[in-house]
Design a protein around this ligand. Structure first.
Ligand code: DAH
Length: 355
């Protein structure tokens, strides 16, 4: 029997037995390694008489292919066996109860800020932000607020230094100044955020929220202000008709200035917006004072426009029937579970598991 045939028979026999991966690798080396049996046969080729060589080579190649195929199929067999063993061992017990999924809730104030931002962005306002720690200039001076104005008083404002140069912003109006100093007109922005005043009772908290609005262009007038607020209030309260009135008022940064009330009535203990004979104040507004425009290098001879400031907490309380402002800031998880909102991107199948 030729050497090739012998190798083939011997190794077919070996490979027919139960082997592990190390044993197979050893066989691979024995046959095809640098000095392996098959590799050595190839080295013989040169020594064989020419008329025999072709036959020998073809026989050798066939045996090589057959052995290699057998080895590959043996390895696959072992791998499949291992996977099956693993599956058997690591089986998942689907009868186990699932773990509770604790989904968070969106705070009503965050929810209302999102709603306000989306309503105004639909009519071309972009959303700006400013820092809670503000300087005296942006918060008061640039907004045309005189030195003796009561808002500057320590009883009203949280100052952060002896010199009264840094403070917690008392309103979102300084974002008007920051925006206009940073860019060129026209401006059409809203700026929601936290604001602070030294005040605390059932309807006032030392920290509260406002949204500022500012629209400056060459021909913006009070009619635009009225149209914009009317649109916003209807969209926000999801009603077709509202009653709205402008009462003359005074703010140092607007001239003329107004406070805006909306009509409401109470039916079955619930507030209905847009009907009835009662009035509720919801915001301050006016035409931006020429001095403010001068302070931010905008020419009041060329540009004009309106501004407004809305109390966000009040709107949230009205829309969602919450009657104590202080609950907003108590961080009571049970309260948040009742008044908070489900995040929209949590699949509904997950919701409710925590409750
Ligand atoms: N900043 C005012 C406040 O906190 C609200 C306000 C009134 C803002 C009139 C404005 C405005 O932009 O034009 O009471």
């Amino acid at each position: 029997m030729s050497d090739i045939k012998k190798i083939k028979d011997e190794y077919f026999l070996k490979l027919s037995k139960e082997l592990d991966i190390n044993q197979i690798n050893q066989i691979k080396t024995d046959l095809f390694g640098k000095n392996g049996l098959v590799s050595s046969q190839f080295k013989q080729l040169g020594k064989i008489a020419e008329d025999e060589r072709k036959k020998f080579a073809s026989e050798l190649n066939n045996v090589k292919d057959e052995l290699q195929k057998l080895i590959v199929s043996k390895i696959e067999e072992i791998e499949i066996k291992e996977i099956n063993q693993k599956l058997e061992k690591e089986k998942v017990d689907i009868t186990l109860p699932e773990r509770p999924f604790a989904d968070g809730k969106i705070h009503p104030v965050s929810q209302v800020i999102d709603e306000i931002s989306s309503i105004f962005s639909e009519i071309g306002f972009s959303v700006e932000e400013g820092p809670d720690v503000e300087n005296e200039y942006n918060n008061f001076t640039a907004l045309n607020t005189p030195d003796n104005h009561p808002a500057r008083d320590m009883h009203d404002t949280f100052y952060l230094d002896e010199k009264k140069e840094l403070l917690l912003r008392t309103h979102t109006s300084p974002v008007q100044i920051r925006t206009m100093l940073n860019d060129k007109p026209p401006f059409k922005i809203i700026a929601p955020g936290r604001t602070y005043r030294s005040d605390s009772d059932q309807t006032h908290a030392p920290m509260f929220h406002q949204v500022e609005g500012l629209h400056i262009d060459k021909d913006i007038n009070m009619g635009h202000l009225k149209g914009c607020l009317n649109y916003f209030i209807k969209e926000f309260f999801e009603v077709d008709k509202i009653k709205m009135r402008f009462r003359p008022s005074h703010f140092p940064f607007t001239e003329p200035s107004a406070e805006v009330d909306i009509g409401y009535e109470i039916k079955d203990g619930k507030i209905i917006i847009g009907e009835g004979n009662k009035w509720l104040e919801i915001l301050g507004c006016g035409m931006v004072h020429p001095n403010v425009l001068k302070n931010v290098n905008v020419d009041p001879g060329e540009f004009q426009g309106y501004a407004f400031g809305i109390g966000i907490d009040r709107l949230a309380m009205l829309k969602y029937g919450i009657n104590d402002l202080r609950a907003f800031f108590d961080c009571d998880y049970r309260w948040l579970n009742q008044f908070g909102f489900d995040p929209i991107d949590v699949p509904s199948s997950y919701r409710g598991l925590s409750r």
